[in-house]
Design a protein around this ligand. Structure first.
Ligand code: IDP
Ligand code: MG
Length: 134
């Protein structure tokens, strides 16, 4: 594997419920490096660009409203196989299916409020880093 960069974001519920420190700690314990980190809102333009693949799906409007509803933590994280490593630490999309010990398994509430976003490929990562930090 190679050193990769990935985009990851603590969603509004993760910030509101006080999980920033725990999540950053899990990344660092896993050997990942925080390259960039900002606590701020997601703009509507950023939300639409990030979730373009879901446009037209029944949950799309709610997803855009939700992710722009409060401050998030936007991060670029790097390390050996960082894209897959962050996805493993996150757990399954639906917190009801996410394993204990994963971020979503431990802190996720519902499919809408599932604590964290992480790029799903190196191509998505490059695009998303451009959207949020470009
Ligand atoms: P991911 O976040 O694990 O990559 P995606 O399928 O890319 O999952 O979906 C993006 C986000 O959209 C999810 O994290 C979740 O917040 C939301 N989402 C996905 N599917 C549903 C659904 O069926 N109902 C409500 N929200 C959903
Ligand atoms: Mg996804």
């Amino acid at each position: 594997m190679a050193i990769e960069k990935t985009y990851t974001m603590i969603k509004p519920d993760g910030v509101r419920n006080g999980h920033i420190g725990e999540i950053v700690n899990r990344f660092e314990r896993a050997g990942l490096k925080i390259e960039e980190m900002r606590l701020e809102m997601v703009t509507p333009e950023q939300a639409k660009a990030n979730y373009a693949e879901h446009e037209g799906k029944p949950f799309y409007d709610g997803l855009i409203t939700y992710v722009t509803s409060g401050p998030v933590v936007k991060m670029v994280v790097s390390g050996e196989g960082a894209v897959a490593k962050v996805r493993t630490l996150m757990g399954a999309t639906n917190p009801a299916d996410a394993a204990p010990g994963t971020i979503r398994g431990d802190f996720g509430l519902t499919m809408d409020e599932n604590v964290i976003h992480g790029s799903d490929s190196t191509e998505s990562a490059a695009r998303e880093i451009g959207v949020f930090f470009g």
